[in-house]
Write a protein that binds this ligand. Structure first.
Ligand SMILES: Nc1ncnc2c1ncn2[C@@H]1O[C@H](COP(=O)(O)OP(=O)(O)O)[C@@H](O)[C@H]1O
Ligand SMILES: [Mg+2]
Length: 225
């Protein structure tokens, strides 16, 4: 196990690369994010944003390099401990939302809390659902929601386990200008309320003005690299 560089960083990464069949898909020399420090991960489609998120959250193991989350080296942990660290520390909003289709919005949050916290808090769930503007849709199932509503439900689900880190993959790409700005407001306000750190991947340059700190991935890396 490699020791994490000292400091209060929530995320640290060094010399990351990811290859599939010899093809270099993602490369990043160094990245850190302190607690409460938000980062916009920018790059065109195919530049490796989703891959980088998968590496930083331990969903994939890098070909080279290390990732530390909250001082623990992800890839040095056994799979079970890595999953537990991710569940405890990170709220994920996937590009494909992954809400449980048989459950209502409220039930999706309740299940997430049960899995991570071992119990669920109805009042806290109701408050979160209100904060994302879905009180009137709390008992609807995912397929009954608009794309924007489903995205807000997925954000509420990510937040309901009180994660130190909230990671969202393309949360605004399907939204018009007004809704995209509302989504950015929601993420920033929610993070401020809970003290969470945001990492948001997007090819949506409209988000650039909302985040002080951006990390830009280069367009598609080529095979010979
Ligand atoms: N498991 C995989 N096998 C093969 N190619 C992959 C795999 N995952 C991603 N890629 C390729 O890696 C590149 C980066 O993909 P991705 O991380 O999804 O980019 P982005 O999220 O920025 O659009 C793309 O060319 C994609 O086709
Ligand atoms: Mg992607």
């Amino acid at each position: 196990m490699t020791l994490a560089p000292t400091g209060p960083m929530l995320i640290e990464a060094r010399d990351l690369s990811y290859r599939v069949g010899g093809r270099l898909i993602m490369e990043l020399g160094a990245f850190t994010a302190a607690r409460g420090e938000h980062t916009l991960l920018l790059g065109p489609s195919g530049s490796g944003k989703t891959t980088l998120i998968n590496l930083l959250t331990g969903l994939r193991t890098p070909t080279t390099g290390q990732v530390w989350i909250d001082g623990q080296e992800m890839s040095a942990l056994p799979a079970g401990a890595r999953d537990a660290l991710r569940k405890r520390t990170i709220g994920l909003v996937f590009q494909t939302l992954r809400l449980v289709s048989a459950l209502t919005v409220r039930q999706n949050l309740s299940l997430a809390q049960h899995i991570v916290l071992g119990r669920s808090e109805a009042a806290e769930i109701a408050e979160l659902i209100e904060r994302v503007g879905l009180s009137h849709r709390a008992d609807a199932r995912p397929r009954e929601l608009s794309q924007g509503e489903a995205q807000r439900a997925a954000i509420a689900r990510a937040l309901c386990t009180r994660p130190a880190l909230v990671v969202a993959d393309e949360p605004t790409s399907a939204l018009d200008d007004a809704n995209a700005q509302a989504m950015a407001d929601l993420l920033l306000r929610s993070a401020a309320a809970t003290g969470a750190t945001l990492l948001i991947a997007t090819h949506d340059t409209r988000m650039k003005q909302r985040f002080a700190r951006t990390l830009e991935l280069k367009p598609a890396l080529q095979a010979a690299a």
